[in-house]
Write a new protein. Sequence first.
Length: 204
Amino acid sequence: VISYKKPLLETPFHERTSEHCYSNDWYRWAGYKVAKEFSSTELEYTSMRNTAGVIDITPMHKYEIKGEDAKKFINKLITKDISNIQSNQVAYGIWCNEDGMVIDDGTIFCFDKNHFRIFCAERNLNWFSDTATGFNVTVEDISPTIAALAFQGPLSCKILNLLKVENIENLKPFHFDHYNLENHNVTISRTGFSGDLGYEIWCD
């Protein structure tokens, strides 16, 4: 059980995850209290590999990039060339310091040529803002405004179909679109780090 002087924030999913966190094993991530495991790491790993599993990734840092130089800025920021990225596509990228050492990695969502979002594990606002110098672009930390779940595993698509998420089976890898899930408008991307079929669900 974790204990910190400053109270940890709870994600919008905390009420549900706490009901199933039988291990009472929590950890701190970006100021949030999130489950380290619910009952058994082995059981949860097996479930995700054979059926599907859910991870609360709300604590990820989220940055809105807007402006006519948005694509140019991101091409300077990351090591991958995204010149040909299209709307509703996702790119994976890493960013390095002046010595070529990796600072962090993340996914870059293209809404249009002047509007992107970057999702990553660590806080990078200062680095992004410094890198944006000279570009006609704004960088905004929108982390508190978006909750998110990683939904990974070979049955994830079938389960989303059962939840009446229409046409989710047509979503290509590293693409995203807007859907209705249980009468909520959400953004779903076919992304994740499980190495299997999986999605990430973003709730603005």
